[in-house]
Design a protein around this ligand. Structure first.
Ligand code: MEV
Length: 314
């Protein structure tokens, strides 16, 4: 049994979304996690995940291991009480700790492949909730945006604790994603923002409010078919993320390089401190902005089109 899940980028609102402000996120189907569950001639559940250098039998892993915890939760849900004999292959093209949602994508693909193997069909809502439980185990205080956009594989307007909304993309637009190649744990940047917010609540609340305003205007611009307006909003959101201390010299350099190469705006995306940045471009400039990012030190650049329907998963 096979299942896939895409990566994601946050267009607007990362970090503020942890504090109940709205955020916009979209799936990125050029990167994905593919999970295959097979019967095994050996006794036990053997997990092969070369991307994270994991080759292990389920019972040799701690129960709170990110992959083991997903498998155990699905077993419980499907009423599997005795360890079955399975091979589970997890292949991912999503770089780890890069802001592209690799952890949530592994959870979602694994939940879908395993539950289908047991003919226990789960709704998107159930999949999303289960993936969120796993996110909470590993990321401290996640908002739930990653598991939601990855589960639904659609552009998502998200406020923590509220039913998510799929937002309309009035006219497709092009984003270039640049990877600093520096891995940074979201849990740490989220934890640091929390400490700073506790010490400097008034200013941080203001930053979150300004980010919320930007997310609202961005949604309106995208829905009304005027995506070119979000370039300026990206620049403003990046400046606020710098105030939250989650940018880094490498992210700032790539953001600057994208703007100098003709992008309409750019910002970091996700937890920050490393990982990825995004730039809004007019389609004909996409290649030259991607080249500028690579020559400024990006480990890779992905050009992606954001539209209502994401590309089908193979
Ligand atoms: C991570 O993709 C986005 C953050 O806002 C954390 C979260 O929402 O859980 C930084």
């Amino acid at each position: 049994m096979k299942a896939s899940a895409p990566g994601k980028i946050i267009l607007f609102g990362e970090h503020a979304v942890v504090y109940n402000r709205p955020a916009l996120a979209v799936p990125v189907t050029q990167v994905h996690v593919d999970v295959e569950v097979l019967d095994s001639p050996r006794k036990g559940v053997f997990i092969h995940a070369p991307g994270i250098d994991l080759h292990a039998e389920l019972n040799s892993l701690p129960a709170n291991h990110p992959v083991a915890s997903v498998i155990l939760k699905v077993f419980k849900l499907c009423g599997i009480s005795q360890t079955p004999d399975l091979e589970i292959n997890i292949l991912s093209t999503i770089p780890v700790a890069s802001g592209l949602g690799s952890g949530a994508a592994v959870s979602v693909a694994l939940i879908r492949a395993l539950s289908s193997y047991y003919l226990h069909s789960l709704s998107d809502n159930e999949t999303d909730e289960l993936a969120f439980e796993v996110e909470k185990l590993h990321h401290g205080t996640p908002s739930g945006i990653d598991n939601t956009v990855i589960t639904y594989n659609k552009p998502v307007y998200f406020i923590k604790g509220q039913p998510m909304e799929i937002f309309k993309v009035g006219r497709p637009f092009t984003i270039v994603i640049g990877d600093t190649g520096i891995s940074a744990l979201t849990k740490e940047s989220v934890g640091d923002v929390r400490s700073l917010w506790l010490r400097d609540t008034v200013n941080f609340e203001n930053y979150f409010n300004e980010i919320a305003q930007i997310a609202l205007i961005a949604r309106r611009s995208i829905e009304s078919g005027r995506p070119e307006l979000i370039g300026e909003l990206m620049d403003q959101n990046h400046a606020l993320l710098q105030n939250l201390t989650v940018s880094s010299p490498e992210l700032d350099r790539l953001v600057e390089a994208a703007r100098s190469a003709g992008a309409l705006g750019a910002k970091l995306s996700g937890g920050g401190r490393g990982g990825n940045m995004i730039a809004l471009v007019e389609q004909p400039k996409a290649e030259s902005v991607a080249d500028a990012l690579i020559s400024t030190g990006a480990k890779r650049a992905i050009i992606t089109e954001i539209s209502q329907e994401s590309a089908p998963q193979e």
